[in-house]
Design a binder for this molecule. Structure first.
Ligand SMILES: [Zn+2]
Length: 310
């Protein structure tokens, strides 16, 4: 159990890159705080049930409309802290997506965190710790929420109409992210895209083939980030196959395939490609021409492959 009622502080910061995992865990923490039973969270009492059904009037979840809390909303939060709870003797504020809250709005919360009333609890859900003011961080108890394990991720996909193999493939490529797993399960282009990435890994061998892959990548501009994420995850597996760390490969039933793919690259060239993937991300963030980024990416893969074969 991640939370223990006896050592919950008034300001907690939950940290994980996956917003869905954070939402889930912040509700669990809210239940642990508000539960009417000794053995919290019981999931049965009125308070737990109301949190479960999103209608606990003393658990306030922000932002209400926008994707991140804005200054006006933060002022509303700060002013309401001193009001007594409606039904319980405590109240909880869950601030989602807190690392996307701008600095001005974060600043408005500082004084409240410094002088917290005993019966008020703040839970800040943070996907990117570097975007949170150090003064906020130092006033919170930081809790690094672990990622979901593969069994839990697999179980979470039961509501989708997918085969066992498809679910396994999603788990292997979601990078431990519940959000990614759900996105992939709902997106019918996911499996064709994954096949395309494997095809590229297997068959892009000389410059005459660049056109085939680049024209496809020009077309799927909106999915390029997913493409790059899948490409990088396969790269990790190829790398582990290369250095003999087979237990680290995220798809155990494809070890032989990864061994074959690893024969075309040196360790150094795999590291170089991995570094280049990060560069591609930066280039796309800074609005470089998409087609040019694609061309350079494919050329880099070929160069690194050729370097090994010289
Ligand atoms: Zn309860």
């Amino acid at each position: 159990m991640l939370f223990n009622r006896n050592n919950i502080t008034n300001a907690s910061m939950l940290i994980n890159s996956d917003s869905l995992v954070l939402k889930e865990q912040s509700l669990l923490l809210a239940k642990t705080i508000m539960c009417l039973n000794e053995n919290a969270p019981c999931n049965n009492c009125l308070q737990c049930q109301k949190i479960e059904h999103n209608n606990n009037v003393d658990v306030l979840i922000y932002p209400k409309e926008k994707s991140a809390i804005i200054v006006e909303e933060m002022l509303e939060i700060v002013e309401s802290v001193l009001l007594t709870p409606y039904e319980h003797d405590k109240k909880v504020y869950i601030l989602n997506n807190f690392s996307s809250t701008n600095i001005q709005a974060q600043n408005k919360l500082l004084k409240t965190l410094e002088e917290m009333p005993n019966n008020v609890y703040f839970i800040l859900n943070v996907e990117n710790e570097t975007k949170v003011l150090p003064t906020i961080k130092s006033r919170c108890n930081k809790i690094y929420v672990p990622n979901k394990n593969n069994n839990d991720l697999y179980d979470s996909l039961k509501e989708f109409n997918l085969t066992v193999d498809e679910k396994n493939e999603i788990v292997a490529f979601c990078n431990h992210s519940q959000q990614n797993a759900f996105d992939y399960a709902q997106n019918e282009t996911f499996f064709p895209l994954l096949n395309f990435v494997f095809d590229l890994w297997t068959n892009l061998r000389n410059s005459s083939q660049i056109l085939k892959y680049s024209s496809k990548l020009y077309q799927i501009k909106s999915e390029f980030m997913t493409f790059l994420r899948l490409y990088s995850l396969i790269l990790h597996n190829v790398f582990y196959a290369k250095i003999g760390k087979f237990d680290m490969i995220s798809e155990p039933d494809k070890i032989e395939l990864y061994k074959i793919l690893s024969k075309d690259f040196s360790i150094k060239s795999l590291i170089n490609i991995s570094k280049y993937c990060i560069k591609v991300n930066q280039k796309l963030d800074s609005n470089c021409n998409h087609n040019m980024v694609v061309d350079n990416f494919l050329l880099t893969i070929l160069q690194e492959r050729a370097r090994w074969q010289q």
